[in-house]
Design a protein around this ligand. Structure first.
Ligand code: GLA
Length: 435
């Protein structure tokens, strides 16, 4: 059975064609630091939110910042499916250093907690097929008070390269002026480049500029592979919500600058910890995929629940995060305590997330008109819709002019993938569905 193509659908086809032509003209959305790295958002694990600055290995040997922690996490990342789905970088945050530089001015790891040194740890991590990240600070001290890199950018970049480090998170505490902050971030980027080693450069430059100056994102993305804009994430719904609110309020500025090589970083995934309900964890995973955010988990992979593990390892959601079109999604609208976000994907597909922000009552239904999605083209002339979260299920084929009813738990999210289908495919599937 071939359905007559309506006038509305014909108009849709024309728009779809224009869009198909226009999208390549808009590419690349934005190119970042030209070091060939982070062509899709970085994936891995970072110790800060879960383990913070615990240096007490006597009393808490399993959760202090030590080579043992990173070796155990690396081992699990390699053997428990994490590496297979793309989590690759195992990253050390603050508090790994000895309180003083060595006699030649080089940073050194705390000898008690990292007896083998960082080179040894990097070798171990590499032997597992993973990469190692490290942390330093543009100013005079790290945020936790360890030696800063100010005045030592070249030495520190070379030290990290000599050790075999693959990513540097560069913090912005204890910098005495905005000029030094900006210069320092640039100088470290150039210093890393001069080492000749491929080192992903993760900045907090805009976050530390913001109280005084408007960040120049065109410049920032020329020097950094990703950049933090907003204060530290906590293991709480309030923190996730604040991060999302800040992102949507600033999306006009920050969304266009994201693209292959340079990403906005809304901070770590706290899924698998203590503060988020199941629905809130789903919201974080779905929205970090929509935002093309680095997926840096901060949790204890040694004791994570099977549910949190399955969510973090969800290949379909990761595929949205890692989509090669490299365009960050945005909030489309907000009404009646629902937020609708969408992200364009390769092959004219779209991801759509609907968040129920109401923190009272039970599941609420939201009906979405498909013509409103993807600049009017996501479902044009018709599309196959798959729900990815909270459950994976094919919802079927929908016409452009139809609508979709969803049910969403309080603080939860429904994440959908919309694939445009040609009229022929659609007619065929209608025929085969009715057989
Ligand atoms: C700052 C950063 C955090 C973390 C701590 C470490 O607060 O924003 O991500 O690195 O410093 O001290």
């Amino acid at each position: 059975m071939v359905r007559p193509v309506s006038r509305v659908l014909r108009l849709g086809c024309v728009l779809a064609f224009c869009f198909q032509v226009l999208v390549p003209c808009g590419l690349p959305g934005a190119w970042g630091l030209d070091n060939g790295l982070a062509m899709t958002p970085t994936m891995g694990w970072l110790h800060w939110e879960r383990f913070m600055c615990n240096v007490n290995c006597q009393e808490e040997p399993d959760s202090c910042i030590s080579e043992k922690l990173f070796q155990q996490i690396a081992e699990i990342m390699a053997s428990d499916g994490w590496k297979d789905v793309g989590y690759e970088y195992i990253c050390i945050d603050d508090c790994w250093m000895a309180p003083e530089r060595d006699s030649e001015g080089r940073l050194q790891a705390d000898p008690k907690r990292f007896p083998g040194g960082i080179r040894h740890l990097a070798d171990y991590v590499h032997s597992k097929g993973l990469k190692l990240g490290i942390y330093a600070d543009v100013g005079n001290k790290t945020c936790a008070g360890f030696p800063g890199s100010f005045g030592y950018y070249d030495i520190d970049a070379q030290t990290f390269a000599d050790w075999g480090v693959d990513l540097l998170k560069f913090d912005g505490c204890y910098c005495d002026s905005i000029q030094h902050l900006a210069e320092g971030y640039k100088q470290m980027s150039l210093a890393l480049n001069r080492t000749g080693r491929s080192i992903v450069y993760s900045c907090e430059w805009p976050l530390y500029m913001r109280p005084i100056f408007k960040p120049n994102y065109t410049e920032i993305r020329e020097y950094c592979n990703h950049w933090r804009n907003f204060p530290d994430i906590y293991d709480s719904w309030e923190s996730i919500r604040n991060t999302l609110d800040w992102t949507s309020s600033n999306q006009k500025i920050i969304v266009p600058v994201a693209g292959p090589g340079g990403w906005n970083d809304p901070d770590m995934l706290v899924i698998g910890n203590f503060g988020l309900s199941r629905d809130q964890q789903i919201t974080q995973m779905a929205l970090w995929a929509i935002m093309a955010a680095p997926l840096l988990m901060s949790n204890d992979l040694r004791s994570i629940s099977p549910e949190a593990k399955a969510l973090l390892q969800d290949k379909d959601v990761i595929a949205i995060n890692q989509d090669r079109l490299g365009k960050q999604g945005y909030q489309l609208r907000k009404e009646d305590n629902f937020e609708i976000w969408e992200r364009p994907l390769l092959n004219l597909a779209w991801a759509v997330a609907i968040v129920n922000l109401k923190e009272i009552g039970g599941p609420r239904s939201y009906t979405i008109t498909l013509t409103s999605l993807g600049r009017g083209l996501a479902c044009n002339p018709n599309c196959l819709i798959t729900e990815l979260l909270p459950e994976k299920r094919k919802l079927g084929f929908y016409e452009w002019t139809s609508s979709l009813k969803t049910q969403i738990n309080p603080t939860g999210t429904v994440l959908l993938r919309l694939e445009r289908t040609s009229s022929a495919q659609f007619s065929y599937s209608v025929v085969s569905d009715s057989l």
